[in-house]
Design a protein around this ligand. Structure first.
Ligand SMILES: *Cc1c(COP(=O)(O)O)cnc(C)c1O
Length: 438
């Protein structure tokens, strides 16, 4: 119940938010349907959203905030973009779900394949969690092997076998689960290695106990869930080489980076062709849609063609497909990512320069329009580096920004997202607020 206590430290009162949140807490655990929304550790009532428009989100008390959460990266063109909303509303009038195949699924699939040539076939699901979970089952079915390798600090949704924190030693046969309720059995075949550690990968692939048991390696090519930490080219190249040699499936989890860091996503940026890719967030256009796809011969292992079962009542939902298609069409317009880059630089470059000049113990790390301001460390290359961040400093920073009408993700280990509709004026205001605080 502690999480449900109401604001004590915000200056500006938000009486309607307080009361709505108290009501929510009576019927929903922690008052939220996903834990980070609860503002745990910040000592204030969470944001209770009423509506969004462009780069702004408004709470139920009528306060506006410049939004850098952007539905955790799903909204590349901000809230309620007319070119996304209009076709989606038209689609809804024709029926919202059939549980029967529809032509729009092909249109969105072709668009994804056009930009990500490593994907020859794909299947739509409804969340990133479902995409990674299904990709791993498929990789295991295809290879006939059991072991899944992931990296500390990489998040792939909340399927049991991926909820593993540590055990970075070789053959961590008893890796510690990150959640109660996950059985040792469920994570028995999951091995967790440090991110960006080339030697650890090589050691694993040459270890006599594991070298021929690895079904899949799953990685966030630009990690966004420990704060933004780019993989080194050498690290990803090593994953590509070792998985190819051993016959393991290399899965890029591009749920966050897909169509975010560029139209060709992280795999295009690094020039590496994974065997499979997981997508969500942007491809749903603000609706629940996700996908996993890759080589034809792997994908054809799925039922009804092959022996690996996977299904979903709302998979390929036509309303979500329409929104995703509309968003990708916007993203394809010439100059979108160049303009995004200009906007991000407008905000980020002066902050980076300020941190350097004043020798502040902080670091702003960014890849394209995803970025994190780490407080209490000068560089983060892996989760081990991100373990000693200054939580109290972040809580003060968050509240300071909130009071200026700027909403950043309420946890330090998360990415901020700049959308194509953030105005220069708002970015400059944010820049000034950050520099002022620092
Ligand atoms: C958000 C995210 C997920 C989980 O997606 P959900 O839709 O929240 O289930 C998985 N992987 C990465 C890299 C993500 O950023």
């Amino acid at each position: 119940m502690e999480i449900c206590k109401l604001t004590t430290k915000t200056i500006k009162p938000r009486p309607i938010s307080d009361s709505v949140y108290a009501q929510l807490c009576e019927v929903i655990p922690g008052g939220v349907n996903s834990p980070v929304r609860s503002f745990k550790g910040l000592d204030m009532t969470p944001l209770v959203a009423e509506r969004g428009a462009g780069d702004m989100v408004y709470d139920v008390d009528g306060n506006g905030y410049i939004d850098y959460c952007m539905s955790w990266g799903a909204l590349l063109f901000g809230h309620a973009h007319p070119d996304v909303i209009a076709p989606t509303i038209e689609r809804m009038k024709k029926g919202t779900s059939f549980g029967i195949t529809t032509p729009i699924e092909e249109q969105l699939a072709r668009k994804v394949i056009e930009h990500l040539p490593s994907i020859e076939k794909l299947r739509f699901v409804s969340s990133g969690t479902e995409a990674t979970m299904s990709a791993i089952r498929l990789a295991r079915g295809y290879t006939g092997k059991d072991v899944v390798v992931k990296f500390t600090g990489n998040y792939h949704g909340h399927a049991d076998m991926l909820l593993v924190r540590g055990g970075s030693g070789l053959v961590g046969l008893n890796p510690e689960s990150t959640s109660a309720g996950v059985t040792q059995e469920a994570i028995r075949h999951t091995i967790c290695l440090p991110f960006n550690d080339v030697q650890a990968v090589k050691d694993l692939f040459y270890h006599p106990q594991t070298h021929n048991k690895i079904a899949a390696v799953i990685v966030e090519p630009v990690a966004g869930n420990m704060g933004v930490v780019a993989a080194t080219a050498e690290f990803l190249q090593t994953l590509r080489e070792e998985t190819t040699k051993s016959g393991a499936v290399l899965i890029f989890d591009e749920v966050m980076t897909g169509f975010r860091v560029g139209l060709k996503s992280a795999q295009g940026m690094y020039g590496i062709r994974p065997d499979m890719t997981c997508l969500a967030k942007i491809i749903g256009g603000g609706f629940p849609a996700a996908a996993f796809g890759g080589k034809r011969e792997i994908m054809d292992y799925l039922a009804p063609l092959g022996p690996v079962y996977q299904a979903g009542t709302l998979s390929g939902n036509p309303v979500a497909m329409e929104a995703g298609l509309a968003m990708l069409k916007l993203a394809e317009k010439p100059g979108v990512y160049e303009e995004l880059e200009r906007k991000v630089a407008l905000f980020a470059d002066p902050v980076i320069e300020h941190i350097r000049k004043k020798n502040i113990n902080a670091s702003l790390q960014r890849v394209g329009s995803m970025l994190t301001l780490f407080l209490g460390t000068k560089q983060v290359d892996c989760m081990e580096d991100a373990q000693h961040l200054d939580k109290e400093w972040f809580a003060r920073f968050f509240r300071y920004m909130f009071e200026q009408g700027i909403y950043i993700p309420p946890v330090q280990h998360e990415a901020w997202f700049i959308s194509a509709v953030h105005t220069d004026e708002h970015l400059l205001k944010t820049r000034d607020a950050v520099i002022q605080f620092l």
